[in-house]
Design a protein around this ligand. Structure first.
Ligand code: LLP
Length: 421
């Protein structure tokens, strides 16, 4: 459920008519709903309420400071994967003891920043990374709390590019190597073993792969405790999928996921951490665009909009589907016509949808790309020298620009001419 609905024939974000935002901010722009973000965070928090837990938002999905502050104020922790994300989380007021540092390629500088700034735990992904972290912590006279990310060799049955829990994926250490690496960790200076971490992929639409992975984590917990490690925290990653096509998709709900967590690892006496991104942010945002031209040639119809693949890369990159709806509610039963919905960027990959049935539309009409809260604005680029698009946050009947549209001069101003030109 989200808070983007038609009211009096016009698409609203909560109580704000989206056309009002388009008039004030221009298009394209991203719009997020406070009520949806809050609701989705709360669903996870409630789903784990029977257990000692922390919901760490995977901020790679949506990292605007205002969003982080909003979620942080609700009690969220953050899952960060770079020094930049760590700095954002801190700038948004998230205390270090609510920040988890994930990722296969943390640099020594990033490790030092987090150790000095405060960190809840590092999710360590390899033996060389573990050794590097030990060196850095030892040099600083600090102790790095760690969970080792294990690779359970489970197929998440999702898009190839976002499955992360198979042996052939770059993430984590194989389960059968885990005991050795934990033994090593316990012997290294500056390292304190506190738990286990697992994350098998994103946009999972079935609970089975989670169940397989968490069952393996439970077994490993017993083994590691036998080996003398004080395993007291389990980070179960993120990955629960969302409906991208309204009406005919129903991925499991956070409550069902919470019941699975309770069933598989709930009796281990561990603190539970999860790292959802998409489910919290995905359906809490839209990308608003304007129809520039309707081009009809050779029996095809193209709707050329002012948003492009640089603003929302998911369709080009993963063949992802986003529902696209007009801001003016189409009359019931109106005849739909198939169209390709494309942006202005100069490659055929800049296609959001092919042969998509759409109601009658005219130049200047506004359209909303739904489910564009997660992995959307954060993956934008300036390809074709298109400035990044602004972000707007709605709360009730209010809205605020939370990232301004850069001017062309600001964009050009970052370039430098060397002395010889
Ligand atoms: N934890 C870790 C270690 C992750 O790598 C990820 C996502 C998450 C948590 C959050 O997963 P979520 O709950 O959002 O599924 N750009 C792709 C998605 C990449 C996901 C990367 N890792 C997309 O647009 O579909």
């Amino acid at each position: 459920m989200d808070h983007f609905n038609y009211k009096n024939g016009r698409l609203h974000a909560e109580d704000v008519d989206l056309a009002e935002i388009a008039a004030a901010v221009g298009t394209p722009c991203y719009v997020y709903s406070t009520a949806t973000l809050t609701r989705h965070f709360q669903l996870f928090d409630d789903a784990l309420s029977g257990m000692d837990h922390l919901v760490c938002f995977a901020m790679k999905s949506l990292s605007n400071l205002a969003i982080l502050k909003l979620l942080g104020d609700l009690g969220a922790g953050m899952d960060v994967v770079s020094g930049g994300e760590y700095a954002r989380a801190r700038a948004a007021g998230i205390p270090g003891d609510r920040i988890v540092f994930s990722g296969v390629g943390k640099t020594r500088e990033e490790m030092a920043e987090a150790l000095q700034g405060g960190i809840r735990q590092f999710n360590v992904e390899s033996e060389p990374e573990l050794r590097a972290l030990s060196e850095v912590a030892d040099r600083l006279g600090a102790t790095a709390p760690i969970a080792l990310r294990v690779n359970p060799d489970v197929d998440a049955r999702t898009h190839e590019k976002i499955a992360t829990g198979r042996k052939t994926d770059k993430f984590g250490v194989p389960l059968e190597r885990a005991r050795d690496i934990y033994a090593l960790a316990a012997s290294l200076p500056g390292i304190e073993v506190i738990g286990i971490d697992v994350h098998i992929g994103s946009q999972l639409t079935s609970l089975d792969p989670f169940e397989q992975a968490y069952t393996k984590v439970a077994e490993l917990t017993h083994q590691l405790r036998e080996d003398g490690h004080d395993i007291r925290r389990l980070d179960l990653g993120g990955g629960l999928g969302i409906p991208y096509t309204r009406g005919n998709e129903a991925p499991p709900l956070p409550a069902e996921y919470g019941a699975l967590v309770q069933r598989t690892v709930g009796d281990l006496g561990c603190e539970i951490e999860i790292e959802p991104g998409r489910l919290i942010a995905g359906n809490a945002g839209i990308l608003m665009t304007k129809l520039l031209y309707v081009k009809e040639e050779s029996d095809r119809r193209w709707l050329i909009v002012d948003g492009a693949m640089n603003d929302l890369i998911r369709p080009a990159m993963y063949g992802a589907h986003h529902d696209i709806v007009p801001l003016n509610e189409p009359a019931a039963g109106v005849e739909q016509q198939e169209a390709d919905i494309v942006g202005p960027v100069c490659e055929s990959g800049d296609t959001f949808a092919r042969s998509r049935p759409m109601p009658p539309l005219a130049e200047g009409d506004l359209l909303a790309f739904r489910s564009a809260g997660a992995y959307a604005a954060v993956m934008a680029s300036e390809y074709n020298s298109r400035p990044l698009v602004p972000e707007v946050l709605v709360r009730g009947d209010q809205f605020a620009v939370i990232r301004a549209r850069p001017t062309i001069d600001e964009m050009l101003g970052r370039d430098r001419l060397p002395g010889w030109l």
